[in-house]
Design a protein around this ligand. Structure first.
Ligand SMILES: [Fe+2]
Ligand SMILES: [Fe+2]
Length: 158
């Protein structure tokens, strides 16, 4: 049975991979669009489910509360950058620079989660909670799956 930490880490690695591919200046427009749309979907789904099934429990414990607050604020910044990206032409220099900003902020956020929050969360959660959260995070509710159009994205086959 996988724990929430393993499930989140797998998502993070996929997101890192997409972002690293996306900053490649030699991408075709079609591949760039495909990667960006996948990334936007991944970030939105991941952040939403993370807040709902992982952070919510950790907010209740003083050992993790401040870490969670910082992570939620990172999520807000990332959402704003995605909105900026959506308002720019993908052919522009501004768009390409913003994608690099997103990659930097995002990498920092993933490190914050994996190095600080996960370590503290391991003190707070028991093994049953860790695997229960993993299931909730992975599958969400049927409504949520529909909402995020989960079935429609599979460009990496992962
Ligand atoms: Fe995460
Ligand atoms: Fe996050």
């Amino acid at each position: 049975m996988e724990s929430i930490f393993q499930v989140l880490k797998k998502d993070h690695d996929l997101q890192r991979e997409i972002l690293n591919d996306l900053v490649d200046e030699n991408l075709s427009a079609a591949r760039r669009d495909e990667l960006y749309e996948r990334l936007r979907f991944e970030i939105k789904r991941h952040s939403k489910f993370e807040e709902k099934y992982f952070y919510r429990v950790l907010m209740k414990d003083e050992r993790t509360r401040n870490h969670v607050r910082q992570c939620v604020s990172d999520h807000h910044v990332m959402t704003e950058i995605l909105e900026d990206l959506d308002s720019l032409s993908r052919e522009s220099n501004g768009w390409r620079m913003k994608v690099k900003t997103l990659r930097d902020i995002f990498s920092h956020h993933l490190d914050r989660e994996e190095k600080s929050l996960f370590e503290k969360a391991k003190e707070v959660l028991d093994p049953a909670q860790m695997s229960q959260m993993a299931n909730r995070f992975r599958f969400g509710s049927p409504n949520e799956i529909e909402l995020f159009g989960l079935a429609s994205f599979n460009i990496f086959g992962k």
